[in-house]
Design a protein around this ligand. Sequence first.
Ligand SMILES: Cc1cc2nc3c(=O)[nH]c(=O)nc-3n(C[C@H](O)[C@H](O)[C@H](O)COP(=O)(O)OP(=O)(O)OC[C@H]3O[C@@H](n4cnc5c(N)ncnc54)[C@H](O)[C@@H]3O)c2cc1C
Length: 440
Amino acid sequence: MQELPGEFTTFDFPAGVPAPFNFAAAILSNQKMLTLLEKLQTAPPLIPMLIEGQPFIDAQDELSVTEFMRKYGMPERINEEVFIAMAKALDFIDPDKLSMTVVLTAMNRFLNETDGLQMAFLDGNQPERLCAPMKDYIEARGGKVVTKMPMKKFVLNEDGSVKHLEMRNGDIVVADEYISALPCDIMKRLMPTQWATMPFFHQVKELEGIPVINIHMWFDRKLKNADHLCFSRSPLLSVYADMSTTCKEYADPNKSMLELVFAPCSPIAGSKTNWIAKSNEEIVDATMKELERLFPTEIGPGSPDGVGAKLLKSAVVKVPRSVYAAVPGRNKYRPSQQTPIPNFTLAGDWTSQKFLGSMEGAVLAGKLAAEVVSDKAAGLPTKGVKTVQDDIVKSAETVVPQEPIPQFGDGPTVFGGGAVLTPAAQKEMVDNDPAMVAQA
Ligand SMILES: Cc1cc2nc3c(=O)[nH]c(=O)nc-3n(C[C@H](O)[C@H](O)[C@H](O)COP(=O)(O)OP(=O)(O)OC[C@H]3O[C@@H](n4cnc5c(N)ncnc54)[C@H](O)[C@@H]3O)c2cc1C
């Protein structure tokens, strides 16, 4: 809690109570964050969402969270108390930057689904516990999963359909249907010139990945205060958890391992400092100072021995282009999975689907993409290509298409991922994507 450092507060959803009553009970029974009057003032602006549903939610995309609050007379303190933590957890950015549609989409799920706010951790590392079972499933059914084989470019037929994929190692991949789940930033740079002038693909320029940093910290003792997923309003930190308590693979009764999202970490996300460009040491030092503030009785001079938990080792994972920045007005530019190209379908969390930029969103986009391909194959009607905005149709008329910009280097950041960067890898990241560092 801001005014009670070292103390946490929870929203307790009573078991066996259906939505939305469990949500109401959780809000009303929390006595530490908002007064009853503030809670009552917060509810009316949310009523249209309950009545009108998704159309109301989508219509709020032009407003930031802060603008929505002011427009509907929500008490200012709800920003400090709730929306800062929520905005940073949902998109790694501050509420004055985040589209209200994102917050309402999440709230709508809490209000409509009894388990909508359930948090869960994978019980171990992702390659073994998430990816390997999926690979096994596909291979058991005759499929093939190929990794570490980047695509270099889309090669097109004269009519704009995909002829084949050219891989970086020179291989040619020919298929009946092509589904791309490239991140939006990579899709933009590999965009074939023939597609660049088409309004459908031109709209992708309106989307871009937001930088974020993930920090892993191993301590010499067990921290007692963080026994669940924590949502922080700290200016530097967002969501964090003690993995030694919350995740089976890292379980340790004696030593804590914190995983923290460091956000916002760049000016476009709301930070005054461009942390992506800072050294790992500077980022860890700033995090330790912040942890001293958040855990005053366990870390730093306020601890009983005057020192507190000591950091044994750390890893700073920089993700220069993570989920698309859900700043106001972006939702309308998210393309449908179906494209105007008959043998090419899009997937990825940034394409149009209701679950925001998230793992769930990526899965749903994949399902929608599969639906497009299977409906077409079965001769069934599809949901169609999403209408492109008039401003995009107009600007596409004068766009001068650029040649695709190849990705170079082998580090994960080149492919839209995150990594612990050595100075050489940091340079590769900057060389690959100077625009990101310039704007970050
Ligand atoms: C720090 C952090 C914390 C997060 N926490 C959560 C969370 O708690 N819950 C949640 O739901 N979501 C979370 N997310 C978001 C989640 O990770 C993303 O929404 C999700 O991974 C998006 O999946 P995707 O398949 O659309 O894209 P990605 O996971 O980005 O996959 C795109 C793939 O394309 C590949 N690729 C790129 N270029 C090429 C090429 N030329 N050839 C071949 N392949 C290429 C990449 O290697 C990558 O594997 C978090 C993200 C970050 C960065």
